[in-house]
Write a protein that binds this ligand. Structure first.
Ligand code: 13P
Length: 228
């Protein structure tokens, strides 16, 4: 199934989440949306985010429980109704998360019964293949299967910048990642209503991971309907 995920990052509050989810739920039911829609809110909003869609955590810890102040376990995500955990978003890699740590988080997600969305992507000026294949090699735990793991290709230079790779580049890069991993590959980085049709209908694109534009329910609805 095609996947369309809304990564709210550190945005939103209780009122926002309630209004947004009521609107999204209504839209999905009325339109008979066929894609798998996932909302990834800040962890405290996981009990507020409800509707005819899946929910996921933006991060998790690799241990099941313990003295890890401020962290959230994959087991608790599952207990809160999540089906997904985002692992290794570039905004967390930039804070120092290594691929090895991300693999441990993905393994914890799998062990908790969650699907891991493992993020990879090159920085501006970095070689695509060198960076992304090294990340892929080290960020995938031995527990990863095609049933429990999705790769999100998010070129770091495209996140929040309004810049995107060409459709041809997206198609070729996704093909390489799919061949190497055997998993679904979704695209993230400046997906907007204006480019959603082109990107979501491109070859080898199994879904979208949307940041900024997902915060505006009207824009997110347009992105959902852009997929033919
Ligand atoms: P933007 O859609 O704001 O570029 O963010 C992409 C992203 O980081 C999704 O995880």
């Amino acid at each position: 199934m095609f996947i369309i995920a809304a990564n709210w990052k550190m945005n939103g509050n209780v009122n926002f989440a309630q209004t947004y989810c009521a609107e999204l739920d209504k839209f999905i039911n009325e339109q008979g949306v066929k894609s798998e829609i996932i909302v990834l809110p800040s962890a405290p909003l996981l009990t507020v985010v409800k509707g005819n869609f899946k929910i996921g955590g933006q991060n998790c810890h690799y241990e099941k429980s313990g003295a890890f102040t401020g962290e959230i376990s994959a087991e608790l995500l599952k207990n809160l109704g999540c089906d997904y955990a985002l692992c290794g978003h570039s905004e967390r890699r930039q804070m120092g998360e290594s691929s090895e740590l991300i693999a441990a988080k993905a393994e914890a997600s799998h062990n908790a019964g969650l699907k891991a969305i493992i993020c990879i992507g090159e920085n501006d000026g970095e070689d695509f293949a060198k960076t992304v294949f090294a990340q892929l090699d080290k960020s995938l735990p031995f527990t990863a299967t095609a049933a429990n793991t999705i790769i999100a290709y998010e070129p770091v230079w495209a996140i929040g910048t309004g810049r995107t790779p060409s459709t041809k580049d997206i198609e070729e890069r996704h093909a390489e990642i799919k061949t190497k991993s055997g998993f679904k590959v979704i695209y993230g980085g400046s997906v907007k209503p204006e480019n959603a049709a082109e990107i979501s209908n491109a070859a080898n694109v199994d879904g979208l991971l949307v940041g900024g534009a997902s915060l505006d329910i009207e824009q997110f609805k347009k992105i959902i309907t852009a997929r033919k």
